[in-house]
Design a protein around this ligand. Structure first.
Ligand SMILES: Cc1cc2nc3c(=O)[nH]c(=O)nc-3n(C[C@H](O)[C@H](O)[C@H](O)COP(=O)(O)O)c2cc1C
Length: 215
């Protein structure tokens, strides 16, 4: 089984989401000892912002590509094929300015490719990245999950759920530490709650659908 471990926090050793992705991957490996892990640090290796030079996979242009277009295509192709090859994807998604880090958004812009992760049909869009499990390690300074007002303000977990669903990923799970900016006691409680949910995922996660197809 292939697991892709992604981090996108800019906070280095102090990062809560990096701590949670590491714990999540370790728990998954303990449960599935043969898992092969690849790692993508979207801060150390940030894809550039999406530009017109990167548009060819979306427009379908394959001829007369400029050097800049070819360079951008190579970046996007590497990222989309890495994503498609994974059975399990663990994504560190810190909550920055009510949303996700721009590095993580840049990655999504690169893998959102018609014919690879989605396609449009007569009956509407269809996701093509099916059969994966995605675990989002979400870290938030404040608390947003417990009120309607909070949920309306967050464009991080809800956005990731939407875009991954658009890509055809139906098994999206969350490991959440929220309120980590609300004092030491709140942070400790948030980390304990996230650790508990990592344990529960590790104990209960079913074999990803693609594995069952292969069996
Ligand atoms: C640039 C930046 C923006 C942030 N914006 C918000 C915010 O809008 N709301 C909030 O509750 N916390 C915010 N925080 C706090 C983070 O959500 C919190 O520190 C979380 O742990 C970030 O994940 P990380 O530790 O993996 O970087 C922000 C932190 C940073 C560094």
């Amino acid at each position: 089984m292939q697991l892709l471990h992604i981090d996108s926090a800019i906070t280095g050793a102090n990062s809560v989401s990096r701590q949670l992705t590491a714990q999540t991957v370790a728990a998954w490996q303990a449960q599935h000892p043969g898992t092969q892990v690849s790692y993508l640090d979207l801060v150390a290796n940030a894809p550039a912002h999406f530009t017109s030079d990167a548009m060819a996979p979306r427009t379908g242009q394959t001829e007369d590509l400029s050097a800049a277009q070819q360079r951008e295509n190579a970046v996007s192709e590497q990222l989309v094929s890495q994503f498609l090859a994974a059975d399990v994807v663990v994504i560190g998604a810190p909550f920055y300015n009510f949303s996700i880090p721009s590095q993580l958004k840049a990655w999504i812009d690169r893998i959102a490719q018609p014919g690879r992760t989605f396609r449009y049909t007569a009956s509407g869009p269809e996701g093509l990245a099916t059969g994966k499990t995605v675990i989002i390690a979400s870290s938030r300074g404040g608390v947003y999950s417990t009120s309607e007002g909070g949920r309306a303000m967050e464009h991080q977990e809800s956005y990731l759920q939407t875009v991954l669903g658009f890509f055809g990923v139906t098994d999206v799970r969350f490991v959440r530490a929220e309120g980590v900016g609300m004092g030491e006691a709140a942070k400790a409680a948030a980390l304990a709650s996230a650790t508990q949910s990592i344990r529960e995922h590790a104990a209960s996660h079913p074999t990803p659908a693609r594995d069952m197809q292969a069996a």
